[in-house]
Design a protein. Structure first.
Length: 278
């Protein structure tokens, strides 16, 4: 339903399992004219294609069935608008992309004027909450997001193993991204960043395994004070398993970065924030 194609073609080639009601008589000439007219009605279909991809990414993360995406309900699009915005203007562009997709696929526009008013009310509230902050509020990371991330990674690969260990530990340990990454390769310092010697594994009084990460430096700790983060087993998304896998895939010395990977030369590299977010 979503074949590989250029962004400008997504409105017309990405489809849903539901069949739209007929919009013209079933005659090849009329159907051809309708298709040509639909493609010529939009000037910048590439930007709409990017917005449509964002919509499907949201649906994948929250496990929305394909049959519920086209046609999309007000509840779904309201949720998408709350999740996606960088600004009110960007959120409205994303909704315009979904609207254009509906029309291009033969469906009626999914939102009424009252629906738009309700969504704009919510978006205005988010903007008010941000106040003078230039950066938008980031949506929370969820368990379905972690599940999707893990499914896309090859955990036998050093870089992917490091990414997964960082994601799992940061989520379940409630750590800031700056506490598990470095600004650059040269910026790594054992006195400021986690090393392999800062990770401890043991069992609690009920004989359940846990890990303790001793942060040499943390935003919520005093200067020179070590802050400990405790992790326990978490099923398929377990941070303990992620750390054990990282130690196996990326063997390192005690003072090497905890969250590290091997480059093409086999050298240990700390995970830089820019590389992790690529």
């Amino acid at each position: 339903l979503r074949p590989q194609c250029k962004a400008a073609e997504r409105l017309f080639t990405w489809r849903g399992p539901n069949l739209p009601p007929p919009a013209t008589i079933n005659h090849p000439v009329i159907l051809h004219l309708a298709n040509v007219a639909a493609r010529a009605s939009l000037r910048d279909t590439a930007s709409y294609g990017a917005g449509l991809r964002k919509f499907h990414r949201f649906c994948d993360i929250f496990s929305i069935p394909k049959s519920d995406r086209l046609p999309a309900s007000f509840e779904l699009l309201h949720s998408f608008a709350l999740w996606a915005p960088i600004s009110i203007g960007v959120a409205q562009k994303y909704l315009s992309a979904v609207r254009a997709w509906h029309i291009a696929q033969g469906w009626a526009p999914p939102l009424s004027d009252s629906h738009h008013e309700r969504i704009n009310w919510s978006l205005q509230g988010l903007e008010n909450l941000q106040g003078g902050c230039r950066k938008p509020i980031r949506p929370p990371i969820t368990l379905p997001m972690l599940t999707v991330l893990k499914a896309t990674l090859i955990l036998s690969d050093p870089f992917n193993a490091c990414i997964w260990a960082m994601a799992s530990c940061a989520f379940f340990g409630m750590m800031r991204f700056g506490e598990i990454s470095v600004t650059s390769y040269a910026a790594f310092s054992p006195s400021k960043h986690l090393t392999r010697t800062n990770a401890f594994f043991d069992y609690d009084l009920k004989n359940r395994p846990y890990a303790r990460l001793d942060l040499p430096s943390a935003k919520t700790a005093r200067a020179g004070e070590i802050q400990s983060v405790f992790l326990n087993e978490q099923g398929d998304l377990c941070p303990l398993a992620a750390l054990h896998n990282l130690a196996s895939v990326v063997p390192a010395l005690a003072n090497d970065p905890l969250f590290s990977w091997l480059d093409s030369k086999g050298d240990i590299r700390p995970m830089a924030k820019v590389r992790a977010l690529e």
